[in-house]
Design a protein around this ligand. Sequence first.
Ligand SMILES: *[C@@H]1O[C@H](CO)[C@@H](O)[C@H](O)[C@H]1NC(C)=O
Ligand SMILES: *[C@@H]1O[C@H](CO)[C@@H](O)[C@H](O)[C@H]1NC(C)=O
Length: 171
Amino acid sequence: MEPPLAHARRGCIPWNGLLLAVPLITFWKLLTTVKPTIESVPINAAEGTDVLLLVHSVTGDLLGYSWYRGERVENNQIIASHRIDDSTSTTGLAHSGRETIYPNGSLLFQNVTQHDTGYYTLFMIKNDLQTESLAAQLRVYLDSTQGGSSGLSGGAIAGIVIGVLAGVALI
Ligand SMILES: *[C@@H]1O[C@H](CO)[C@@H](O)[C@H](O)[C@H]1NC(C)=O
Ligand SMILES: *[C@@H]1O[C@H](CO)[C@@H](O)[C@H](O)[C@H]1NC(C)=O
């Protein structure tokens, strides 16, 4: 419980002090804004397994997401889209039948093949119609039971696989 004195004091904060604080807070928020990232789970997948491209740190109100095959946002390369307002998902021309888009933007690939190796681009549309795109790499290696040592060395490639291409553009 606050003593009555605390209420009385709050009324005494000078207004110019508060006004000064507002732009500082806005500035601080800009500096600490976390960029969305994509994580491939696992980083290197064996052929025939499932891979999830996990989307982290999406902030702000979004209208929806689309995933594209490749590093560019082209209509004939859409795998799937998700609309947030009515929670509907649609598949596009580049959908192979093995991809599932989740309401949080993450994309699941089932039964991956080496053909799936490559870049995928996530396109996000925000409520203010700002857009942002991010590319991620998916790596598939041949299973050791089928691919022999060359497949394994491919799978041993270390490192962070997420290529981040961030661009903000107004529609
Ligand atoms: C997104 O949803 C999928 C499926 O429900 C889940 O596996 C995944 O962990 C979620 N991603 C994040 C970043 O929470
Ligand atoms: C996975 O894909 C291969 C061909 O790429 C197919 O032969 C196999 O039946 C698929 N497995 C499942 C569980 O869908």
